[in-house]
Design a protein around this ligand. Structure first.
Ligand code: AMP
Length: 710
C-alpha cells in the first residue's frame, strides 16, 4: 500500500523468555532513571554534609552516623544502576536469541544469503528446501483461509509495470524515503534510521541520561515517521550525528525513490518499474473483474506475487529486503454500505488492539472484543473489522503467539488523507514490533486515480428495482449568449460552467439572482470572465433514475509473507537439554500446518527387514500426499530425532519390528506403538488436523523411550 501522506511445554527451556510488554518496560525505565537521578543528588548532598561535619570538627558519633548514611545511599544508588543496566541489556539477550535462531535457519538451509559465493548482495535472500516448503504451506493456507473462504477472484499480473500506471497511483512522485550521504565517501544511509540508532543507543547505554532527555529522545523516536526532510536534517545536526563507519559529516536529507527502474523493449523510450506492490494489477483490472463477478458488489480480488523495493540500506535480515512476496486482497465495497455478511463470525474474538487514542495518551495495547471496537466506532466499519478478525485467525493458526501480536491503528498523521481507517497487524520479535500485515480502508482513491489517468471509468452501478425520483441540479449554459460574448472561447466557458460542482453552481445562482452577474474563473482559459444571468440557468429538477453510479471503496489487507514467516520462526523456536545434559538442542515448534516435512521414517537399526517396512510406510505416506523424509543412515536414533526436531518435523515413525512401529511427537517426545498397516493413516489424520495427538496418545499403547532418546 502506498501511503501518499507518508513523510514519511514442561521439559522445555526457552532461551528467550517472552519479553515484557514494551510499554511496561518503558514505564519501569522512566521510574528507574528518575530514582537514579534523585539518589545521585542525595549522595551528593550527604557527601557535602559529611564534609562540613568533618571541617566543623563535629563529634565522632555524628560523623560516623553521616558516613553510614552516605554509604547506605551509595549502595542504593548502585543497586538502581544495576537494575537499569539489566533492563536496558534486555536487548543483549534478544540479540543472542536472534543469533541462535538465525544460525539454525542458515545451517539447515531455511534461507541462504543470495549470491553467497560472490559475497552476497544486501537485501536479497534465497529460500532453501525447508524454507521453500514453509513458504508454500503458508501460501496454501492463505489461499484456503482467504481466497477459498471468501470466493475471491485471484489474478496474477506482471512484475514489470509501465510508468503511466505508477504515475497514476502516485508511486513515481511519492514512493520515497529520505536519504543522507557520507559527504566524503558517498555511502548512503536512511536518514530516519541513523536518528533512530542514535536515540536507541543513548537510551540503552547512557545511564547518566536525565529522565527529561530520555523523554525527549523517546518523543523523537515516536515522531520519526512524521519528520519532514528539514526537521530530520535539523535533528541530525543538533545531535551531531555523523556517518557510522567513517564519522564523516553527512549531507542534508533528500528523497530517494524506492522503485527499481527499467525500460520496456529495446528502444529505451518506454520507461517501466518493477512493481513495488501487487495491488495496482488488481485496480487496473477492476472493470473486467466486476463484469466477471456479474456486476455485483461486494467482491474481492487477490494476488500473490513478488514486490520490489530498492531499500536504501536494508538491515534487520529477512525483515527488510529488496525483493519479497506480497499477498494482497482488494475488497471492493459500496461506500454507503460497509457491512459484511460474515461479520458475526469474528465479532466475539478478543485480542490485543492498540487504538489511536491509547497511543496518544501513552497507554499500552489492550485486549478488546472486536465487536466492541466496531460498535464503538474505534474500527471504522464492519468490513474492516471482519478482515482484522480474519487476519488474527490466520496468523494465530499459523503459530504466531497471540500475546506477541497486536493490531495498531495508524495515527491520523500516519494515514493518507483519503484513507478512512488503517490498522497494522504487528508482531513482536527480537527486532521489536514489526508491521507484518497492513489493513486499510483506502476509500475510492485508487479507482478514481486510474479512471482519471486512463480515461476508462472504473465504477459500479446499483440498479434500482423501481426508478427513484431524485433531485438533480441542472446547469444549462445558453450557448447563443455565450457565443456572442466569448466567440472562439465559448466552448471552454460552456465546459467550465458544466463542470461546476453543486456548491459552486448554487453560489453562482445566488450571485446571479442578487447582482445579475458574477466573476467566473475558467482554468482552461487561464483567466476570469464575467457571466451574467442571460448566459446560464441553474435550477433543481426532480428526475427519475434507474440506477446509481459510484466509485467503490476498497478495503485492502496486504501481507508481507517473508516477515510473517520470520516472526513465525522466532515464535516457534526453543532449545532443550539433551538427555545427557551436555548439549542444547534446537527445536521449531511448528504446527503441522506449516511444518516443512510432516514426518520422518527411520529404521531403529540398519536391517534389511526394517528398511523394507520403512519403505512400505513411506510409499503409503506418498500416496496420501504427506511430505516426509526417510532416513536409513546408521546414525544413532537420538541424533536422528534431534536433526528432525531442528527442522520442526512434528512426527517420527521408528521401525523397530516388522509388525508394529512407534510414532513420536516432537514437543512432548511421547511415543505410541501402532501396527505397521495403520501407521501412515494415523500420521495423515494427525498431521492434517483431523485428529489430535492427545487422541492418538489415549488410543494406542504407550512406548517407553528411555534408550531411544540417548
Ligand atoms: P506497505 O505497502 O508498505 O504497507 O507494505 C505492505 C507489507 O509489505 C508490510 O505490511 C510488510 O509486511 C511488507 N513489507 C514492506 N516492505 C518490506 C520490505 N522491504 N521487506 C519485506 N517486507 C516488506
Amino acid at each position: 500500500m502506498l501511503t501518499l501522506s507518508k513523510k514519511a511445554i514442561t521439559t522445555i527451556t526457552t532461551t528467550f523468555t517472552k519479553p515484557h510488554s514494551l510499554s511496561s518496560m518503558a514505564a519501569t525505565e522512566e521510574t528507574l532513571r528518575k530514582t537514579l537521578a534523585e539518589k545521585l543528588s542525595a549522595v551528593e548532598i550527604q557527601a557535602n554534609t559529611v564534609r562540613s561535619l568533618k571541617s566543623s570538627s563535629a563529634s565522632k558519633p555524628d560523623i560516623d552516623a553521616a558516613v553510614q548514611a552516605l554509604n547506605n545511599l551509595k549502595l542504593e544508588k548502585s543497586s538502581i544502576e544495576k537494575s537499569l543496566q539489566s533492563l536496558l541489556s534486555g536487548s543483549d539477550s534478544r540479540e543472542a536469541f536472534r543469533q541462535s535462531v538465525n544460525n539454525t535457519l542458515e545451517r539447515r538451509l531455511f534461507y541462504i544469503p543470495s549470491f553467497k559465493i560472490y559475497r552476497g548482495v544486501a537485501g536479497f535472500y534465497d529460500y532453501g528446501p525447508p524454507g521453500c516448503a514453509v513458504k508454500s504451506n503458508v501460501l496454501a493456507f492463505w489461499r484456503q483461509h482467504f481466497v477459498l473462504e471468501e470466493n475471491m477472484l485471484e489474478v496474477d499480473c506482471p512484475s514489470v509495470t509501465p510508468e503511466v500506471v505508477l504515475k497514476a497511483s502516485g508511486h513515481v512522485e511519492k514512493f520515497t524515503d529520505l536519504m543522507v550521504k557520507d559527504e566524503k565517501t558517498g555511502t548512503c544511509y536512511r536518514a530516519d534510521h541513523l536518528l533512530k540508532d542514535y536515540c536507541n543507543e543513548k537510551l540503552q547505554k547512557d545511564l547518566t541520561l536525565s529522565s527529561d532527555k530520555a523523554a525527549e529522545l523517546k518523543h523523537v523516536l515516536a515522531m520519526l515517521d512524521d519528520f519532514s526532510s528539514q526537521e530530520l536534517g535539523a535533528k541530525i545536526k543538533e545531535y551531531g550525528i555523523t556517518a557510522p563507519e567513517t564519522k564523516n559529516p553527512l549531507s542534508d536529507p533528500y528523497p530517494f525513490n524506492l522503485m527499481f527502474q527499467t525500460s520496456i523493449g529495446p528502444s529505451g523510450l518506454a520507461p517501466g518499474f518493477m512493481r513495488p506492490e501487487t495491488a495496482q494489477g488488481i485496480f487496473v483490472n477492476f472493470k473486467d473483474l466486476y463484469y466477471y463477478n456479474g456486476n455485483k458488489l461486494p467482491f474481492a480480488a487477490a494476488q500473490i506475487g513478488q514486490a520490489f523495493r530498492n531499500e536504501i540500506s536494508p538491515r534487520q535480515g529477512l525483515l527488510r529486503v529488496r525483493e519479497f512476496t506480497l499477498a494482497e486482497i482488494e475488497h471492493f465495497v459500496d461506500p454507503e454500505d460497509k457491512s459484511h455478511p460474515k461479520y458475526a463470525e469474528v465479532a466475539d474474538l478478543e485480542f490485543f488492539m492498540f487504538p489511536r487514542e491509547e497511543q496518544m495518551t501513552g497507554q499500552s495495547a489492550k485486549r478488546i472484543r472486536l465487536g466492541d471496537a466496531v460498535s464503538k466506532g474505534i474500527v471504522n466499519n464492519e468490513t474492516l473489522g471482519y478482515f482484522i478478525g480474519r487476519v488474527y485467525l490466520f496468523l494465530t493458526r499459523l503459530g504466531i503467539d497471540k500475546d506477541r501480536l497486536r493490531f495498531r491503528q495508524h495515527l491520523a498523521n500516519e494515514m493518507a488523507h483519503y484513507a478512512a481507517d488503517c490498522w497494522d497487524a504487528e508482531i513482536e520479535c527480537s527486532y521489536g514490533w514489526i508491521e507484518c500485515v497492513g489493513i486499510a480502508d483506502r476509500s475510492a482513491y485508487d479507482l478514481r486515480a486510474h479512471s482519471e489517468k486512463s480515461g476508462t471509468l472504473l465504477v459500479a452501478q446499483e440498479k434500482f428495482s423501481e426508478p427513484k425520483e431524485v433531485e438533480k441540479l441542472v446547469i444549462n449554459p445558453i450557448k447563443k449568449e455565450l457565443g456572442l460574448a466569448f466567440k472562439g472561447n465559448q466552448k471552454k466557458v460552456v465546459e467550465a460552467l458544466e463542470a461546476m460542482n453543486e456548491k459552486e453552481a448554487l453560489d453562482m445562482k445566488a450571485a446571479l439572482d442578487s447582482k445579475g452577474e458574477v466573476e467566473f474563473e475558467v482554468c482552461t482559459l487561464g483567466k476570469t470572465v464575467t457571466i451574467n444571468k442571460n448566459m446560464v440557468t441553474i435550477h433543481k429538477e426532480i428526475k427519475k433514475e434507474h440506477q446509481r453510479v459510484f466509485t467503490p471503496s476498497v478495503i485492502e489487507p496486504s501481507f508481507g509473507i517473508g516477515r510473517i514467516i520470520y516472526c513465525l520462526y522466532e515464535h516457534t523456536f526453543y532449545t532443550r537439554s539433551s538427555k545427557a545434559g551436555d548439549e542444547q538442542l534446537n527445536v521449531f515448534r511448528f504446527p503441522s500446518l506449516v511444518a516443512p516435512i510432516k514426518c520422518t521414517v527411520f529404521p531403529l537399526v540398519q536391517n534389511q527387514k526394517y528398511e523394507d517396512v520403512a519403505k512400505l510406510i513411506s510409499k503409503s505416506l506418498t500416496a496420501a500426499g504427506i511430505s516426509h523424509k526417510i532416513d536409513i543412515t546408521g546414525t544413532s536414533i537420538g541424533k536422528r530425532y534431534a536433526r528432525t526436531d531442528e527442522l520442526g518435523v512434528p512426527f517420527a515413525v521408528t521401525v523397530d519390528s516388522t509388525t508394529s512401529v512407534t510414532i513420536r511427537e516432537r514437543d512432548s517426545k511421547d511415543q505410541v506403538r501402532v501396527d505397521v498397516e495403520k501407521a501412515a493413516s494415523v500420521i495423515r489424520e494427525v498431521s492434517e488436523g483431523h485428529r489430535t495427538w492427545e487422541d492418538v496418545w489415549s488410543t494406542f499403547p504407550h512406548h517407553s523411550s528411555t534408550t531411544a532418546e540417548d
